[in-house]
Every structure is written in structure tokens, then in C-alpha cells.
Design a protein around this ligand. Structure first.
Ligand code: NI
Length: 517
């Protein structure tokens, strides 16, 4: 990790943000941007026509495909899935944020938390995050496939990454309210951020002040060329707020500016939109420095500089999304190093309950766990049945382990997992720490094979589950990618145990086997 890159993403937190929650416009038929799912990946090489054949004027392109980058082109993002299934309605909201701290992450998380909670409240329900609501779950951040339409009354939020190059990220978000197949409102916006400057804003924030009329004139020219303008100035009746909403969904590519324009407007309601494509050279004079940086990033198509946050640095709100914790006991072992690599690749945080005797042997692994921001817990020194030990030895098992973990890593664990889950009133009183056990036992120590370990972890989990595994068994470590993918496919977000409690575990001697439900 380079310190300067991380600081740059952090610096962006200092920028004040006015979050414009654009109102919704009504829409009719199936929206044009939801192409068939057989759509070719956007990364497929496309031959550009020679300059003489490049369209030189604004135009309408009904078949226009917005960019939709995959995880290879936009690495370092984490997926968010806020889903709820109630008798009256369904909510599936999917978006992506850079891992760790970022201003765009904070803004999107806050925006969608408000949106989905508000929708549930409108229909008389408290927000209760669920799983198995969206086919394919959260999977990769803003994957290539659009969300499947759900029946009945629904709110869906779908995302696509339109640019991820250098320090610039652009994420397109489409919020649709449906009553069965009919879309009753559609709200489109594209959010950009440049970690180099801390800039953040929607598509309307890419333009210099006072140029809106000239940008609209270009869009009108495109509509007229396609005989769709209707009147000489199709935007004459737009209020400043409607202009902002229109330009909020401005997408800048290397060659073009693309703005979806609602076709028919009656009494402030608009229907289906068409893509108006304007050669970008006509737009560049109207872009501000942020807009110029976004265009330059689209031209460069440089590798995306994801914020270099450690594995566990993604702060999740487990009251908004559905969390689950994977935990590993008895280590560190000779397998822990490889497991840390795997978790890093999967961007999956975990909680490790360490034995003091093994910490003494492998302090380097403990330091690595802390660097990656995994959570550490105490699993005693020698793994005894604590209820069978006299008071002094119970204290000694716990205290020596606390001291050893602190000496190795500088961290003092804030929870205890009693070996075998063995505890009673006396042990809880002596512990001086919250007790964290589990509600999903993979029984991996019986060596049932990796597939069985993964199956038990994935299908056994429900909201708030704490999954017990051991990083002392090879087949457990081998099962971890299937465990993580399987949980995410069901719609779970991985969190450390204390994250499930918003950083505040229950008090000393309290006993938990799962997060809040
Ligand atoms: Ni154990």
C-alpha cells in the first residue's frame, strides 16, 4: 500500500458534499438502457471508425450501450446489496463503493439507506434486510448483468461502472419504482469522483457555471436531427431543477457525451428516454476542471487506482445490509499466511480467535492479521475446558493470551471465545470480556471435505450468523473461496463480529452467538 494514495482517498472525506436527491420522473415502457442479457461485455474490442467517418454532429442513438465495466477493469470496489422481501413489496438495491474510506462511498451509502428505509416506511414496514431476494445476490460489484425485474410493487436500484481509470471513478445509478411490470418512476444519475482532487458530484457537476443553455442546445440539435424535438426548443419549459436532473445522468466517454433525454413530457411527467450522443469535442469547452479530468480519464483508460485499503477496512452498516461473520479458531497455524492471502484476494474480512501458545510461535501472522484489519479475539492459551479449571487458572488462560497477542500486534482483543463453547456463570464472571460463540457450526474438525464445509457455512447462515471454522485444517482453508462466494451469492455482506454490533459488543460476561436480528 502506498501511503499517499490512501491519504488521497481519505482527503476526499474533507470535501463538503451537498447531496441532491433528485426527484423522480414517471416512465412508461421498459427502459431502453436495459438491454438483453446477452449483451456483449463492454470490454470487447470495438474498432473505431477513422476520423473522417466519426459522426461530427449531435445525434440520437437508440441502440447506444452505456459502458458497463466488470471487476477486472474496476478492481477494489465492494458491492452493496440492500434487499428486503415483504408481503406488500420487494426492494433490491445494488451499488458499489471503493473499499475503505471514501467520500463517494459515504454519499452513496447514506443516499440508499435513506431511499430504501423511506420506501419500506411508505408501505408501513420497518426496514429489515434479507437475503435470497435478488437472483445472483450481490456477487461482483455492479456486475455486467442488469438486475432481474421483480414482480409486484418494487423498488430497484441498479448500478454500472462507466469509468474507472487512474483516480477517477464514475458510477451510473438507476432507481426504478414499479407496480408490477409498469415503471411508475425512474431516476437516473451518474456519480463521479476524482481521488486526486477530492471532487465529487453527479453529471451536472462536470460543467462550467452558466453553460447549461449551450449544452441543452447541443442536445436539442441531436433531437431535431432525429425528428424527435417536437418543438424548436424542447427544453424551453424545463425548470432549473429539471435541467439539473437531466444533466445529472451525463456520461462522458473518450469520444462522446451521452445524455438520456425523456421523450415526452406532459405536466412535468416524462416517459421513455432516448440517448442523445454529442461528439465530445463539441462539449469540451463547456467542461470545468472536474469534467476535463473525467474526460481525460476516459481517454487514458489507465488502470484504476483503487484506494489501497486493507482487507477488513470496509465499514458496513449491518442494519442496512444483511451481515454474516466468518470466524477462525485455534490459530495462527502454518496455514494462516495462505488464508490471509486468500481473504485479501476475496476482499473478505474475518474474525480470528487466537490461542496464546500459537501466537507465541507465530507473531508475524498475528501482525499481518492486524495490518489487514481482520478482527482478533481471545481463545485462551492452551484450549482447556474453562469450567473445569479453578478461578486462578481461568484468569491465567485469558490474561496470558491477551498479553501475548498485545505483545505480537499491539492489539488487545475485545472478546473471548471459550474453547468448546464451554462456559458457566463463574467463567463468565471471571472472563472480563464479552463471550462470542457461534450459531453455524461447520464441524470442519471432523474433516468432512471442503465441499461439505462450504455447504454448511453457506446454507446454514441467516441474518447475523457467526460461522465457526478453524484455520488449522487444510480443507477448511481450501473451502474459504466457496464459502465467501456462496454467502455473497445469497446476498450476505461479510463483516467482522464487532461490526455486526456497530463496534460495541455486549458487555463483559455477556454471551452472543449471532449479531442483532
Ligand atoms: Ni478451539
Amino acid at each position: 500500500m502506498t501511503r499517499s494514495r490512501r491519504d488521497r482517498w481519505r482527503a476526499a472525506l474533507g470535501i463538503a458534499v451537498v447531496l441532491a436527491l433528485a426527484g423522480c420522473t414517471a416512465a412508461g415502457d421498459a427502459p431502453w438502457w436495459q438491454g438483453p442479457s446477452t449483451e456483449a461485455p463492454s470490454s470487447a474490442p470495438v474498432e473505431s471508425p477513422p476520423p473522417s467517418e466519426m459522426p461530427s454532429q449531435p445525434r440520437v442513438d437508440v441502440g447506444y450501450r452505456m459502458p458497463r465495466l466488470g471487476p477486472e477493469e474496476a478492481p477494489g470496489l465492494v458491492a452493496r446489496l440492500a434487499a428486503m422481501s415483504a408481503p406488500e413489496f420487494t426492494v433490491v438495491a445494488r451499488w458499489a463503493t471503493p473499499r475503505g474510506e471514501s467520500v463517494i462511498g459515504d454519499v452513496l451509502d447514506a443516499r440508499f439507506a435513506e431511499l430504501v428505509r423511506g420506501f419500506a416506511a411508505e408501505h408501513g414496514a420497518a426496514w429489515t434486510p434479507g437475503v435470497d431476494v435478488a437472483p445472483g445476490g450481490v456477487g461482483d460489484a455492479c456486475a455486467r448483468q442488469p438486475l432481474t425485474t421483480v414482480g409486484g410493487l418494487s423498488l430497484t436500484v441498479d448500478c454500472s461502472i462507466v469509468v474507472a481509470s487512474g483516480t477517477v471513478l464514475g458510477e451510473r445509478l438507476i432507481v426504478i419504482r414499479r407496480d408490477d411490470a409498469r415503471a411508475t418512476s425512474v431516476d437516473r444519475s451518474t456519480w463521479y469522483t476524482d481521488a486526486a482532487t477530492g471532487a465529487l458530484g453527479d453529471g451536472a457537476a462536470l460543467f462550467r457555471p452558466g453553460v447549461e443553455a449551450r449544452v441543452l442546445a447541443l442536445l436539442a440539435e441531436g433531437l431535431r436531427a432525429a425528428d424527435l424535438a417536437g418543438v424548436s426548443d424542447p427544453f424551453a419549459s424545463y425548470t432549473p431543477d429539471e435541467v439539473h436532473r437531466l444533466l445529472a445522468d451525463t456520461v462522458i466517454t473518450a469520444d462522446d457525451m451521452v445524455v438520456p433525454v425523456p421523450l415526452l413530457r406532459t405536466a412535468g411527467r416524462s416517459h421513455q428516454a432516448v440517448a442523445v450522443v454529442v461528439p465530445v469535442r463539441l462539449v469540451v469547452p463547456f467542461l470545468n476542471p472536474f469534467g476535463v479530468a473525467v474526460h481525460a480519464a476516459a481517454v487514458d483508460a489507465a488502470p484504476f487506482e483503487a484506494p489501497p485499503a486493507p482487507t477488513g477496512a470496509d465499514r458496513v452498516d449491518c442494519t442496512l445490509v444483511t451481515c454474516v461473520s466468518i470466524t477462525f479458531d485455534d490459530g495462527p497455524s502454518g496455514l494462516t499466511d495462505g488464508l490471509i492471502d486468500t481473504l485479501r484476494e476475496l476482499r473478505a474480512p474475518a474474525t480470528f480467535f487466537l490461542q496464546g501458545v500459537n501466537v507465541q510461535r507465530r507473531p508475524d501472522e498475528v501482525r499481518r492479521l492486524v495490518e489487514e484489519e481482520h478482527e482478533l479475539g481471545n481463545h485462551t492459551w492452551g484450549h482447556p475446558f474453562l469450567t473445569k479449571l479453578p478461578d486462578r487458572e481461568v484468569r491465567d488462560e485469558i490474561d496470558r493470551t491477551q498479553a501475548e497477542i498485545h505483545a505480537a500486534s499491539g492489539v488487545v482483543p475485545r472478546s473471548l471465545r471459550p474453547p468448546y463453547g464451554d462456559m458457566d456463570e463463574r467463567v463468565r464472571d471471571l472472563a472480563g470480556l464479552p463471550m462470542v460463540v457461534w450459531d453455524v457450526d461447520t464441524n470442519d474438525w471432523q474433516a468432512p471435505g471442503s465441499a461439505v464445509v462450504a455447504e454448511r457455512a453457506v446454507s446454514g447462515s441467516s441474518r447475523g450468523s457467526i460461522v465457526l471454522m478453524h484455520d488449522t485444517h487444510e480443507e477448511t482453508v481450501a473451502a474459504v473461496p466457496d464459502v465467501v462466494h456462496g454467502l455473497r451469492d445469497r446476498g450476505f455482506t461479510l463483516a467482522t463480529v464487532s461490526e455486526q454490533f456497530d463496534g460495541m459488543l455486549p458487555g463483559d460476561g455477556e454471551n452472543v452467538s449471532h449479531g442483532p436480528r
